[in-house]
Each structure stands twice: as C-alpha cells, then as structure tokens.
Ligand binder design. Structure first.
Ligand code: ATP
Ligand code: MG
Length: 457
C-alpha cells in the first residue's frame, strides 16, 4: 500500500546484516545496511527510512545512542532494537527513548517479520490519524453538495466519471462557487477514499515554506529544520492532494510540481533521495489560468499537465434554479436541530434575483444571518439587508431600451415570471387557485410555472 517502506539495518556483524537483508528484501522492502552507528546516523540524516533495525552492542556508538540520535533527527522513523543481551531495564530504557520494540537474539524469523509489518502499519496509521478527524467531518460525497440545475447535474455526472481515475483535475470558477466541494467529492467518490485527502492552500504560504510543506525537508537543510520532516505529498500517498489557488505558485515551485506530475517523484528540501509517491493531484483556481499562461505568469506545460480533466463551476447567478434549494439547505443547516425557519415567497424571490458576487459562500453567510435576524418563524423581506438589492425587474422596471452590453432576455423573462408568481402567491395568502386567478392563468398552468421555481422537486 505504501511505496516508501525503506528499512535500514545496523549491525557490526556481517552475517546478521546479511540474514536480515535477505529476509526483508524477500518481503518486498527496500533495504540499506550500515556496519556501525555513525554510518547509520549519517544515512538517516541524508536519506529517508521508515524503519531502523539496530543491534544494541556495537563498538563506538551503541544501539541505544543511535536510537536517541535517530529519534532526534527523524522522529517519524520507527526504531527496533535487537540484542543478545536483553534485560528488562534495557527494554524499559529503549521504550522511553522511543523504540518501537526490543527483541531478543536469537529471534524467530517469522516473529521479526511480523513485528516489522505491524510497526510499519502502525506508523502509517498514526500519520493518517492526524488527518482523520478533519477528514471525517468534511468527508462529503454528494450529500452536502446541492444542485439540481443543469450545469450542476452535468458536473455531478462528470465527477462520478472521473472520480475513480488518476487523472489530474483542474477546477475553475469564481470564489465561493464550491471548488473545494468538487475536490472532496472527487476524492470521496473514488477508490482512494480510505486514504488521505490533503488540502494545501498555495496562496497562504511564502514560497520556501510552501516548498518544505509540500516536499518535506531534511534536518539542517535550513535554519529551523530541527528534524527530518515528511511533506504533504508523502502524507497524501495513496490518496489525493488538493492544491488550492494554484495560480499563486512561483515559477521555481511550478517546475518542481511539474516534475512530480511527470515522474511521480521528488526530493525533500536538502535531501538527495528520490521519493516515489502515488498521489492524485487536484488543483483549483479562481483565475483564468490560460490567460496567465499567455501573459507568461504560469508555465504552459504545467497548465496542460494540470488541465487533463477541467471542471468549471459556473457562478451562482448563472444557475438560479439552485438558489431556493440552497437556501432551504442552509436554513436547515443553521437551525441546529430545531424546526428550520420558513421564508416568505417575496423574500425568496429577492434572494433569487440577487447577483451573488460571492456565490454560494455569500449565500450561505446571508442565510445564516437571516436566520438570526428573523425573530419569528418566517424570514420576511424586511429582514433582508439593503446590500442585497433586488434586481428582479417588476414589469415597470423592464428596460425598453437594450443597453450596449445587451440583455439576457431569457433570464429577464424568467425573473419577471417568477416575481409575478410569488407576488400573486403572497397576495393570495398562499392559496394557489386564487393566485392563478390574479394572473389570469388556469390552476394547472400556474402550478406548472411555479414548479420550475419550487425549492425542491
Ligand atoms: N453546491 C453547494 N452545495 C452546498 N454547499 C455549497 C455548494 N457550493 C458551495 N457550498 C458552500 O459554500 C462555501 C464555499 O465553497 P468552497 O469553499 O468549495 O468554494 P471555493 O470555490 O473553493 O471558493 P474560493 O475560491 O473562495 O476558495 C462552503 O462553505 C461550501 O460548503
Ligand atoms: Mg476554495
């Protein structure tokens, strides 16, 4: 499951080193040996090992000192001590210093294989556990991902199609349109969903910090690098890494990312070993990345590597059908278990016609606020802040001239229709037959038109 099972064997006795390396290579591990503590320590400081198995009694540096040093420079590395001179106190001390196990010689081959296997699994689990909590609360397939509009339905089916592939996905769309939800759904729907989903906001960190976060570093490679540290690409191994705000990545880092995408390997900062990872990369941006390419701000080759599977989220104003659905979803979400508040059709109508420059995020915040502002059980138009101005054209507001920028007749007429339907409903106190009469429509026709705008269908 993990491609990084590298083991370092330390023993001054050649026969022991040989016995262990043959046995462990057969098990599929990558094995390196050292015949004394100093060499072992040098190896640990310049290379990456998941596990060190060391003899206790060795001339110069003994196993206990090596254990201490290894834990200091590479805390994630598991250390197992083997000794022909086992004592209870020795075992106790080794554990205190962070040894995983303390095994007596001669040992049974199967036993030591099992100990190593368990230790490595436990190591991986621990790393994953750190991510797990965040994972669980945010694991969303489609249940939290709302949308019945045609563009969203198309996006959902696209997600289902590509989730289980390893293709790199580039998600574009204005801020607040749900790019992160798409990334999470891609992960949750794919076969990698039991493995980590790691989010990196590339815009939040300066270049050097981002580099060491992504690729990890070796002790001493820069001031403050007190110990070897695994990077997020390693943490995400087997799973998905989500690179948010990819457009902010500096040219130097773009080159490094390109290498990961092409070769599936990289080096830690200050490291020499090539680390292989199996990670699905998803990137997102709210910028027009191709325009950035044309301006020379973003590497063209990287753009095409990322853009294997593009998913574009349209702004909320272009999928107004989703607004009532989202409002009801957010009302339920912010009602904390109580009966969710209702919303008058006039208020609903106002919200539907708003342009929502901040997209779904802005809508969610607004609904949360309305939920607090409305003292009764229904949100009324009075509760809606002035900043959310209605652009819904009442008939007298329909422009008779077409401006230079043109108009969108379809949505203009839809808005007008929706406004009148809800106005009539309000006037008729919700009695549909009366509302239909007010508009000169048959009940069937009224109901049919209304259905297009209903919260849920
Ligand atoms: N279709 C949707 N259904 C339910 N919630 C949504 C939907 N789209 C967005 N949201 C919610 O809106 C908020 C913003 O979404 P998200 O963080 O995915 O946007 P984004 O496109 O990544 O924005 P930014 O570019 O600012 O990072 C989140 O709280 C998210 O849960
Ligand atoms: Mg985001």
């Amino acid at each position: 499951m993990n491609t990084l099972n590298r083991i370092l064997i330390v023993d001054d006795e050649q026969s022991m080193r040989e016995l262990l390396s043959i046995m462990l290579r057969k098990e599929g591990y990558e094995v390196v040996t050292a015949d004394n503590g100093a060499k072992a320590l040098k190896a640990v400081q310049s290379d990456i090992f998941d596990l060190v198995i060391t003899d206790l009694k060795m001339p110069q540096m003994d196993g206990m000192t090596l254990l201490k040093e290894v834990k200091e420079s590479s805390p994630d590395t598991i250390v197992i001590i083997v000794t022909a001179f086992g004592t209870t106190e020795g075992a106790e001390k080794a554990r205190l210093l962070g040894a995983y196990d303390y095994i007596g010689k001669p040992f049974n081959n199967d036993e030591i294989k099992l100990v190593i296997q368990n230790a490595l699994e436990k190591g991986h689990l621990r790393k994953e556990n750190i991510l797990l909590k965040r994972e669980i609360e945010s694991r969303t397939g489609f249940e939290n991902f709302i949308g019945k509009s045609e563009p969203m339905q198309r996006i959902f089916s696209l997600i289902r199609q590509v989730a289980d592939t390893k293709s790199t996905v580039l998600i574009t769309g204005e801020s607040g349109t749900g790019k992160e939800l798409v990334a999470r759904a891609l992960h949750a729907q794919g076969s990698r969903n039991a493995r980590p989903f790691v989010t990196v906001n590339c815009g939040a960190l300066p270049e050097t910090l981002l580099e060491s976060e992504l690729f990890g570093y070796m002790k001493g490679s820069f001031t403050g690098a007190a110990a070897n540290k695994q990077g997020l690409f390693e943490t995400a191994n087997g799973g998905t890494i989500f690179l948010d705000e990819i457009s902010t990545m500096t040219p130097a880092l773009q080159v490094k990312l390109l290498r990961v995408l092409q070769e599936r390997e990289f080096k830690r900062v200050g490291g020499t070993a090539d680390i292989k990872v199996d990670v699905r990369v998803i990137a997102a941006t709210n910028r027009d990345l191709l325009a950035d390419v044309n301006k020379g701000l973003f590497r063209e080759d990287l753009f095409y590597r990322l853009n294997v599977m593009p998913i574009h989220l349209p702004p909320l104003r272009e999928r107004k059908d989703d607004i009532p659905l989202l409002i009801n979803y957010f009302l339920k979400k912010s009602s904390s278990g109580r009966e969710p508040k209702k919303i008058s059709s006039e208020a609903m109508n106002r919200l539907v016609s708003h342009r929502w420059p901040g997209n779904v995020r802005e809508l969610e915040n607004t609904v949360e606020r309305l939920n607090i502002l409305a003292s009764g059980d229904t949100i009324m138009i009075e509760h809606i802040p002035d900043s959310i101005t209605s652009i819904a054209p009442s008939p007298e507001l329909i422009p008779f001239d077409i401006p230079e920028s043109g108009i969108d007749l379809e949505s203009l007429l839809q808005n007008a229709e929706r406004t009148m339907l809800y106005k009539a409903l309000d006037k008729a106190n919700g009695v549909k037959t009366d509302a239909a009469k007010l508009l000169g429509l048959s009940f069937r026709s009224f109901r049919h038109r209304l259905q297009k705008y209903e919260q849920s269908s």
